[in-house]
Design a protein around this ligand. Structure first.
Ligand SMILES: Cc1ncc(COP(=O)(O)O)c(C=O)c1O
Length: 361
C-alpha cells in the first residue's frame, strides 16, 4: 500500500545523549519524541495534509470547537522493543476500531482503520530510537487524538477537524512485587449512563472524572471504582482501567460492555483466561456481591487492566462507612500470572500464539 503519511524528518532532533538520559528514567507522559503525525479533515477535501513531521505546537483560533464543546477523542497504544532490537505494536487494530467507534459517538469524521494503524506505525518508525531498551519493562506510549478545530460558536459538529499522533517514552507503571492499589467506591459521582459516552474514549469523560479522583485521594485511595449510573449498584470500571475479579471456583469475572470502555487489555485477559485454567465470564457484578464475596472468601483476587499499567492488583477498596481488604491484601497468584503472560508476549518472551504483535521496525 502507498504510504499516505509522508515523512519530513525533524531538522533538530534531540541529541542522542539527551534522549538516552530521558530513556533511562522516562516516567510517564513527561517527555515527547521528535516527531508527530498529523492530518486535517474538511467536508469538501476529506482527510488531507497527512504527514509525519517535527513535533510542534498546535495553533488554534480561540473559538475552536474543542475548546468550548469538547469535541475530542483519543487512544493509547504501546510499542515495545524486543531483545533483538526490533519494535512491535500490541493489537493496534483494536485501538483503530475503538477510535472509529469513539469518532462516530462524538460526531467526528471516521479515520479509516488502516490509516490509523499506518499513522501510528509511521510515527513509531520515525522515532524508533525513542523506544526504550528491552530491559526494565519500558515502552513507547503512543497517543492518537482527534478534535474539532473549526472556529465558530454554536453546538454542531465541527466542519474542520484535526488528527494527530504523539509519542512519549514510558517507564514500568507497576513494578512486579509492589503492593497493588486500593479503590474508592464513589457514591457521589458516576462515569457514564446508558446512551452517554462511557464506551467512547473522549476527553470529556476524563474531565468529569477528576473530581471523583480527588475524592478518592482524600480517602487515601489510589483510584476510583465507578458504579452504574442508574442504580449505583453494579461495578463499571476504574478511572483508566477495566475491573476483574477472580472467584474461588476459578472464574475470572468482568462487567459487561455497554457503558464502559471496551479495553484492549480487557479483551486480552478474556482471551488468555483459559490458558490459566480460568473461565472467562462477562456479567453484572453488584457492589454488595463484591463486598460479601471478599468477606466470605468466594472472591479471592481483584485486578484492573489497561494499556498504561497492563494489570494492576487491587488489594482493597473503601466506600462510605466500610473498608474491605481483598483476600490477604496482597496481589493474587492468577493476577500476577496473567500479568506476566501478557507482558511476556509484548516483549517477545512468550509465544504470540494469538498473532497480537505487529512489527514496525
Ligand atoms: C476508562 C478506561 N477504561 C478502561 C481502559 C483500558 O483500556 P485499554 O486496555 O484499551 O487501555 C482505559 C484506558 O484506556 C480507560 O481509560
Amino acid at each position: 500500500m502507498r504510504a499516505e503519511f509522508q515523512f519530513h524528518p525533524a531538522e533538530r532532533p534531540l541529541p542522542d545523549d539527551e534522549r538516552e538520559k530521558i530513556l533511562a528514567d522516562p516516567g510517564f507522559g513527561r517527555h515527547f519524541t521528535d516527531h508527530m503525525a498529523s492530518a486535517t479533515w474538511t467536508p469538501d477535501a476529506g482527510w488531507h495534509d497527512l504527514r509525519v513531521a517535527a513535533l510542534a505546537p498546535v495553533t488554534l483560533h480561540p473559538a475552536a470547537a474543542v475548546l468550548h464543546y469538547a469535541q475530542e477523542i483519543f487512544e493509547g497504544v504501546k510499542a515495545f522493543r524486543h531483545a533483538d532490537g526490533s519494535v512491535w505494536l500490541f493489537r493496534p487494530e483494536l485501538n483503530a476500531r475503538r477510535f472509529a467507534h469513539s469518532a462516530r459517538r462524538l460526531a467526528l469524521p471516521v479515520l479509516d482503520e488502516e490509516l490509523f494503524v499506518e499513522s501510528v506505525t509511521a510515527l513509531v518508525r520515525a522515532d524508533r530510537s525513542w523506544v526504550p531498551p528491552y530491559d526494565g519493562e519500558r515502552s513507547l506510549y503512543v497517543r492518537p487524538y482527534m478534535f474539532g478545530s473549526e472556529a465558530f460558536l454554536g453546538v454542531r459538529p465541527a466542519a474542520e477537524v484535526r488528527y494527530g499522533v504523539i509519542a512519549s517514552p514510558a517507564a514500568a507503571y507497576f513494578a512486579a512485587g509492589s503492593g497493588g492499589v486500593t479503590l474508592w467506591v464513589s457514591e457521589n459521582y458516576t462515569r457514564a449512563a446508558r446512551g452517554g459516552t462511557g464506551a467512547a474514549k473522549c476527553g470529556g469523560n476524563y474531565a468529569s472524572s477528576l473530581a471523583a479522583q480527588v475524592e478518592a485521594a482524600e480517602h487515601g485511595c489510589d483510584q476510583v471504582l465507578y458504579l452504574s449510573g442508574d442504580e449505583h449498584r453494579h461495578l463499571e470500571e476504574s478511572g483508566t482501567m477495566n475491573l476483574f475479579l477472580v472467584t474461588a471456583d476459578r472464574e475470572v469475572v468482568t462487567p459487561c460492555l455497554g457503558t464502559i470502555l471496551d479495553g484492549v487489555t480487557r479483551t486480552s485477559v478474556l482471551d488468555l483466561a483459559v490458558e490459566h485454567g480460568l473461565k472467562a465470564v462477562e456479567r453484572q457484578v453488584g457492589i454488595d456481591e463484591l463486598r460479601a464475596g471478599c468477606a466470605d472468601g468466594s472472591i479471592v483476587e481483584m485486578f484492573a487492566a489497561g494499556t498504561a499499567a497492563v494489570i494492576t492488583p487491587i488489594v482493597g477498596f473503601k466506600g462510605n462507612g466500610y473498608e474491605q481488604v481483598v483476600a490477604d491484601g496482597r496481589p493474587g497468584a492468577a493476577t500476577l500470572d496473567i500479568r506476566r503472560h501478557i507482558v511476556d508476549i509484548q516483549y517477545g518472551r512468550a509465544a504470540d500464539t494469538h498473532n497480537w504483535l505487529r512489527r514496525v521496525a
